[in-house]
Write a protein that binds this ligand. Structure first.
Ligand code: ZN
Length: 465
């Protein structure tokens, strides 16, 4: 029996995993980490939907951890098949997983040392060695061409515009009735007309079924101009002698922020020596972004042709070492600190928040989606204190949320992407969204596009191919 079973990212936006089965062939589309509150993160340690050795292959849509972050655990549990991805994704996934492995080990060590974990002996979810095991399985493929995924199963990537290398995945295989049909997995759909990357492209085949993300299915991004808003926030914060902390997703948002900061610096509107990129991974990712010329949109291509380094602004300070990062604590002059992670759940930004959240002059500027249960969401929702490393920290800083910098298509952009399909899908499944978002998107697809009523799969729900 050919079937699709939905495992992760149901009613939430993390832990993406969809299992496809035809006969003995088993393919997992994405193998993402759950990120959010404790109950969500506990799912990361739950058994996989099938023994990893029985999996034929994994198809990764893009590098973000909520789509790839459990690959090291899968490899550690005995999976030895290929992890297909696009060429640009391979570089980013490698960077991200290695870092995730080290972070997992570091957090377990830290929790043990400080004794703030409820567990007597906190264990990492996986190690850097597990991550390297998963990285060795990555099998890069180009966009827009058909590839063999398994006997009788074809795979094609289309640009999703969401992140360097991010793909919409088209998979063709025969159903139980012997008929060959294409399924389309949108992956995370990016935005139109934003800097650096090419716009999202629709699938080439008319899909029999579409599995569509719905992160912002109930929202329209604010029409604010990202560059103008950034200028206003930085100017106001510098005026009162404060520091702008930008918790950035090391991949994607960081590069877009840097693109705008570099433009400000080029105009003389920002002192580049006051800008700190405090994340070794973001520094490396930025270099990959600059090198991946095939993925650049026209404006970025023109900048690369004229400048050596349009994202890192040439003169921005790059903090690779922990010492360089810690030295920022002593800085009293206004600064812009861009540090991961984007939802302020881990990474160096947590230490900067511990240092500066209590200071009224500080601005914390969020630049991407904040999942329920994260420290970032608590701050955006107006918490007057947050726990950091087991201690309460008062929030006196100004907290801002730049919605326009989201890496995700909003409701209207998702509809735009859907309208560009070669033909309406016969079946639609909405995943990767909190329930209000996917319900609203379902209503819009049915009402505005006249599509069949989308299914909102629950964990373990399945559908015939
Ligand atoms: Zn993503």
């Amino acid at each position: 029996m050919a079937r699709v079973t939905f495992h992760g990212a149901y009613g939430c936006v993390t832990g993406s995993a969809t299992l496809l089965a035809w006969g003995a062939t088993r393919v997992l589309v994405d193998c993402g980490l759950y990120q959010g509150d404790e109950a969500l993160e506990a799912r990361n340690r739950a058994p996989f939907p099938l023994p990893p050795r029985e999996l034929t292959a994994v198809v990764a849509t893009h590098a973000h951890l909520d789509h790839t972050g459990l690959l090291p655990r899968l490899a550690a549990a005995g999976f030895e098949g290929l992890v297909h991805c696009t060429r640009a994704s391979r570089a980013l996934i490698s960077l991200l997983l290695e870092d995730a492995g080290e972070l997992q080990e570091e957090e377990a060590r830290y929790a043990r040392k400080k004794g703030y974990s409820r567990h007597a002996e906190p264990q990492p979810l996986y190690t850097a060695a597990d991550a390297r095991r998963a990285i060795r399985l990555l099998a890069p493929l180009p966009f827009d061409a058909e590839h063999d995924l398994a006997p009788g199963v074809r795979l094609r990537y289309r640009r999703a515009g969401h992140l360097l290398g991010a793909a919409t995945v088209e998979i063709a295989a025969k159903g139980a009735d012997g008929e060959r049909r294409w399924w389309c997995f949108s992956g995370d759909v990016g935005r139109y007309g934003v800097p650096i990357l090419k716009d999202p492209e629709p699938p080439l085949a008319a899909p029999a079924a579409l599995v569509l993300e719905s992160t912002y299915g109930d929202r329209r991004h604010a029409p604010e101009r990202t560059d103008e808003e950034l200028r206003r926030v930085i100017a106001a914060t510098f005026e009162r002698g404060g520091t702008v902390i930008i918790p950035a997703f090391a991949l994607g948002r960081t590069q877009e922020v840097l693109y705008h900061l570099a433009a400000m610096a080029a105009e003389g509107a920002l002192d580049p020596t006051a800008v700190f990129l405090d994340s070794p991974m973001a520094i490396s990712a930025t270099e990959l972004y600059e090198r991946a010329r095939a993925e650049h949109d026209e404006e970025m291509a023109a900048l690369v042709a004229n400048h050596s380094s349009p994202l890192a602004g040439d003169r921005f300070q790059r903090c690779r070492t922990v010492e360089q990062s810690k030295a920022l604590n002593a800085r009293r002059e206004p600064a812009v600190i861009v540090a991961a992670s984007g939802m302020a759940e881990g990474g160096r930004v947590v230490h900067h928040l511990a240092q500066r959240l209590g200071d009224r002059r500080t601005t914390v500027l969020f630049v991407g989606y904040q999942a329920a249960g994260t420290r970032g969401r608590a701050l955006v929702d107006g918490a007057d204190q947050v726990a950091i490393h087991g201690r309460p920290v008062p929030v006196r800083a100004e907290v801002r949320y730049l919605r326009s910098l989201s890496a995700h298509a909003d409701r209207d952009e998702l509809l735009r992407w859907c309208r560009a399909l070669p033909a309406p899908p016969e079946r639609v499944f909405l995943n990767h969204g909190e329930d209000p978002a996917r319900k609203a998107l379902a209503a819009a697809l049915e009402g505005e596009l006249g599509w069949p009523r989308p299914a909102l799969p629950l964990p373990g729900d399945s559908a015939p191919w």
